[in-house]
Write a protein that binds this ligand. Sequence first.
Ligand code: FAD
Ligand code: NAP
Length: 313
Amino acid sequence: MLDCAIIGGGPAGLTAGLYTTRGGLKNVTMFEMGLPGGQITGSSEIENYPGFFDYTKTGMDFMDSWQEQCFSFGLKHEMKRVEHISKTGEHFTITVEGGESYEALTVIVATGSTPKRAGFKGEDEFFGKGVSTCATCDGFFYKDKPVTVLGGGDTALEEAFYLSNICSDVYVVHRRDEFRTAPPTLDRVKRKDNIHLITDSVIEEAYGGVMGLEGVKIKNLKSDEVTEMPNSGLFVFVGHNVNNSVLKDKNGKFICAVNDWGQVIVDLNMRTDVEGLFVAGDIRIQAPKQVVSAAGDGAVAGLQVISYIQELC
Ligand code: FAD
Ligand code: NAP
């Protein structure tokens, strides 16, 4: 029987592993389907992590030392994809691919989220080299420069507003003429002189060279007219997939409370409404989607697991 099963080895899962094992739990296993590190390992730079401002280091370099530190107190790593989690009585069962299962007293789910891709030409080629899904991380690279934002939902318009305080001009490209966002957000955006709404339009292509993105082509869907925007940055906000499938039972029903967007509802202690089940990082409600906050959540969840197990004994 595991004291704690941690699902996901990104900043939240690794930090939860550090706190639980350093805090004295002997039997903690982290299930991570790939190399630990999480989505930040796909980034060429790290922003917003206090104390760390070596921009020659990639996300992979940054997460390297986390693994060494987090495994040094006895955290075990199973490189296996978790299919689902269930609770019977006091215990959890973690079923991994292939059908094998593990029993655990507590579970911390830290499976993160995945920004959706829009599917235009050049999106994958220039992802991380001018095409971004994180304004908080990358907006500062375009200080006093124009940027394009793709999407017409709450995230796109909120991030466009954030970028408008950094960048010279923000061109919001949306495929319809009605926005999906809350009316007050749209009003706030419309009041900003340097945000320009380009409706009924899509990104036809992101183009560039070895140095990265050089510009975007925007196509008006009504006139077919293509406008070239020699911008240096493109931010894509076309939705997020919360990686919550492990929390669904065999009938597709969530085993704990989630909101309308599938984000797990937690309290300030990262507790779900199921005793012994905690979540941390991008998967939770109102996650700032930053490394520092995911790690903070992992620390809180790890400490809560220790208290929970002490109370069980
Ligand atoms: P993740 O990092 O998403 O980790 C989740 C882990 O769970 C993954 O490793 C995944 O393989 C694993 N997993 C998922 N499902 C399963 C399963 N069923 N079984 C086993 N394992 C599973 N933030 C910053 O603060 N600064 C930045 O500069 C920055 N830049 C970014 C650049 C890019 C390109 C991206 C995509 C994100 C960036 N972020 C940045 C955001 C940051 O990476 C995330 O907020 C953070 O990684 C979230 O951590 P997490 O541990 O919650 O989830
Ligand atoms: P979203 O609501 O799904 O919006 C995605 C936007 O991207 C839509 O405008 C959609 O266009 C567009 N889009 C999708 N695929 C596209 C493609 N391939 N090419 C071009 N455009 C594409 O996603 P979100 O904005 O990330 O929000 C997710 C959920 O979180 C929403 O329910 C939102 O309300 C919520 N949220 C709330 C807040 C808040 O309350 N403050 C903040 C952020 C997010 P269409 O409109 O034409 O479909």
